[in-house]
Design a protein around this ligand. Structure first.
Ligand code: GTP
Ligand code: MG
Length: 593
């Protein structure tokens, strides 16, 4: 706070980088003048990756192992924090964060391997287990810190959540509570970075300049407990190379421009300066191997990646290879952390997309809670589905919420991506694979306050307005573009068109069928009606958002019939997978009985 008050933001940022995230919430994001300070995606990622590099996850017998494990590890290194969790298999784990990466190296040096079985080869990774002491038990002093025990992987107890929602005073409180109780917690985020680090450890020894980065909802601020872990294996030099290439082109263009204007004025022409920091000036280069043969090199790399995960990564199980997709992926379950992981290769645009969503989600405190409520409603209405198919997924749904927040009555809550692109500086230039320009403003502190949070409505109003907005949206002719912030003409006749913000020629909802789009239109109308109707009268057991986020059960259907909403039965029909065009009240009654 003192640093911020003195205007020494750079020192504050350095401090932020080296602070364990458990203390981070104490580093208030408010400037002394009361203005909010935004932490950029790059800062958070750098801090989380550093945190993972000085942490280990140790399998233990139970919470009671804390004293012994703490005492044992303290002999080698200084401990910054210990978090305990249980996976669904009932196994106990402790995530230990040390004060520095050097500390962690001391610990890793002290590790042993299972000596009995010669067919098993251990991996030098941060996932370990704590063997029972042989011989006389050492006595350790009581730890100087307490054990933090929380759910790192399991989801929230639904019954408890519904009881809490029932007790809220307002719908806005319900939406906020839903967010606070279901969002990914600190341990959930740490574990995701630990899995990324573990996979990175395997590939570090095989590839030069490799990084494994989480992207998607695990890091973009829209993740809920239990969400999947999207990982990307990237070559850091390739990233650098694309960026350098861009800067070199810009410089060349500038010099050309200069030369033109100078020759006009008959002056001597200056020569193009050297590209000092460019990798082209690094004289020693690794010998490399071109992947030859008919099949795509990317697919072949992914095959070997899958093989290695299967053979070498403890905890990785149930692998699936999806190698013929546009972006080949390897799916696996990570048993120690209960995470479902998707690993792809050289897809930095996914990381830049996460950065964009992180920035927009952090600009206004209402963005994430509102998105959570919408995602939850879509799940309850069976509009989204964990399996891939012809339905909408969470990602385009999130873009739909952001688009609505650019169009709120009485002023926008969020700026357009176009604004962020216009305000980008040199430091924001990012070029992803295939020369994809992912340049936009990263530091939201540079965005003028009039560009966002102009509308001051509460969450209840925003949720209702969201449903009303899409009840009236012209899906037939218009596409949703968060780049423009206004509905644009659809370039083709696909039923739902949500423009990919980083590749505007692409539609991120191209998989959505006509029927699913019709269902979406119908369900937003239903939701608007249900929310509005629920605001009047008594608070019953499905008041406010409860009726929207609860899975539709026969109890819910009976209620619909009771209040005589036969016009809504078309969506009810879908719950029964009925093939008839319409279902009468009578048929439905029979089915319910
Ligand atoms: P959940 O996993 O459902 O919580 O949300 P998510 O945002 O992680 O979505 P998902 O796992 O489906 O995708 C991971 C990331 O990949 C997204 O956040 C996007 O950045 C990116 N992504 C998803 N779908 C598309 C798509 O159709 N096109 C492009 N270019 N990127 C996509
Ligand atoms: Mg995901």
């Amino acid at each position: 706070q003192t640093l911020v008050n003195k205007g020494k933001i750079h020192l504050f940022r350095n401090l932020l980088k080296s602070t364990p995230s458990s203390c981070k919430c104490l580093l208030v994001r408010k400037h002394s003048d009361g203005a909010q300070r935004f932490v950029s995606f790059d800062e958070v990622v750098a801090q989380r990756r550093a945190e993972a590099r000085r942490s280990i996850v140790v399998q233990v017998n139970s919470e009671a192992s804390f004293n012994e494990l703490y005492g044992y590890c303290s002999k080698y290194a200084t401990i910054a924090g210990v978090h305990h969790y249980k996976n669904t298999g009932g196994e106990h784990f402790m995530l230990i964060e040390f004060s520095s990466e050097d500390n962690l190296k001391e610990i890793i040096k002290s590790c042993s391997t299972h000596q009995k079985d010669l067919d098993v080869m251990a991996l030098n990774s941060p996932f370990l287990w704590f063997r029972a002491a042989s011989g006389k038990k050492e006595v350790f002093k009581t730890p100087s810190m307490t054990l933090s025990s929380m759910d790192g992987c399991s989801m929230v107890d639904e019954d408890e959540l519904f009881q809490e929602l029932l007790k809220c005073d307002t719908v806005s409180d319900q939406i906020q509570l839903l967010y606070d109780r279901t969002k990914l917690n600190d341990l959930g985020i740490r574990l995701r970075y630990m899995v990324a680090r573990q996979v990175e450890c395997v590939f570090e020894s095989l590839y030069a300049n490799i990084a494994v980065r989480p992207f998607g909802s695990s890091v973009n601020g829209f993740g809920k407990m239990g969400c999947d872990l999207d990982l990307v294996l990237t070559n850091t030099l390739t990233e650098e190379m694309w960026n350098e290439l861009y800067h070199a082109n810009v410089r060349r263009a500038q010099v050309k421009q200069k030369m033109k204007s100078k020759s006009k004025h008959n002056h001597s022409v200056s020569r193009l300066g050297p590209l000092d920091e460019s990798s082209a000036h690094k004289r020693l280069v690794f010998q490399d191997k071109r992947c030859e043969g008919g099949r795509s090199p990317r697919q072949r790399h992914m095959e070997s990646v899958a093989e290695l995960l299967e053979l070498r990564v403890p905890g990785a199980a149930r692998l699936q290879r999806i190698l013929h997709a546009r972006v080949p992926i390897v799916k696996f379950a990570h048993d120690y952390t209960d995470l479902d992981c998707d690993l792809c290769y050289n897809n930095m645009s996914g990381v830049h997309m996460s950065s964009l969503l992180w920035s927009l989600g952090g600009l206004d405190a209402r963005v994430r809670p509102l998105t959570f409520a919408v995602r939850r409603w879509a799940q309850a209405a069976a509009l989204t589905n964990p399996h891939p198919g012809r339905w909408i997924t969470n990602f385009p749904l999130t873009l739909m919420v952001l688009f609505f927040l650019q169009n709120t009555p009485g002023g926008c809550v969020l700026p357009t991506v176009k604004t962020l692109v216009q305000r980008a500086g040199k430091e924001d230039v990012r070029i992803a694979e295939e020369n994809l320009n992912c340049t936009f403003l990263r530091d939201m502190n540079k965005l003028p306050p009039e560009c966002y949070s102009q509308n001051k409505a509460n969450l209840q109003t925003l949720l209702l307005q969201f449903f009303e907005f899409y009840s009236q949206f012209n899906f037939q002719d218009k596409a949703i573009s968060i780049n423009e912030g206004t509905a644009i003409r659809k370039p083709n006749s696909l039923p739902l068109y949500v423009v990919n913000p980083l590749e505007q020629a692409l539609n991120v909802s191209r998989n959505v069928s006509y029927e699913e789009c019709e269902r979406l239109k119908l369900e937003v109308r239903n939701a608007a009606w249900q929310l509005e109707a629920g605001l009047e009268g008594q608070k019953n057991d499905d008041w406010g958002v409860l009726g929207l986020v609860e899975r539709k059960t026969t109890r819910g259907l009976k209620k619909l019939l009771r209040v005589g909403n036969s016009h809504r039965l078309v969506s009810v029909k879908d719950l029964f997978n009925d093939t008839e065009e319409s279902v009468s009240k009578e048929t439905l009654k029979n089915k319910l009985e």
